[in-house]
Design a protein around this ligand. Structure first.
Ligand code: ZN
Length: 119
């Protein structure tokens, strides 16, 4: 027999998941902006020193670095939201978006109809 959430536990875990995802999203957004600005500043600084062919290589390398940082943060954000999200006790379906709102409103799983929240 799998556990069913209490209403309080359900609400707390739902809130904790949203906060974890929100703080990770803010971190990713702010870091992307700073890394982007840092990359542009670096190119601005290095370009006068380099010859034209070197500039192209340097620009591509800097852009690649930016893409790697942003990509890594997006993967991390995906991981955080995957770990933070609640799952239905009976069928392990992730509680996200509509399925989460339906569970909150009806206390039941959208997919299998199993009880999610014991009132
Ligand atoms: Zn289910």
């Amino acid at each position: 027999m799998n556990n069913v959430y209490t209403r309080e536990e359900f609400n707390q875990r739902r809130l904790a998941a949203k906060q974890a995802i929100r703080s990770d999203s803010i971190f990713a957004a702010v870091t992307s902006v700073f890394v982007g600005l840092g990359s542009l500043g670096f190119l601005q600084w290095i370009n006068p020193i380099l010859t034209r062919p070197e500039r192209i290589g340097e620009s591509l390398a800097t852009f690649g670095f930016f893409i790697i940082i942003v990509g890594w943060m997006l993967i991390d954000l995906q991981k955080t939201s995957h770990q933070a999200v609640l799952t239905y006790p009976q069928c392990n379906t992730p509680l996200e978006g509509d399925t989460e709102r339906i569970a909150a409103a009806t206390s039941r799983c959208k997919k299998c109809g199993g009880l999610v929240i014991a009132e």
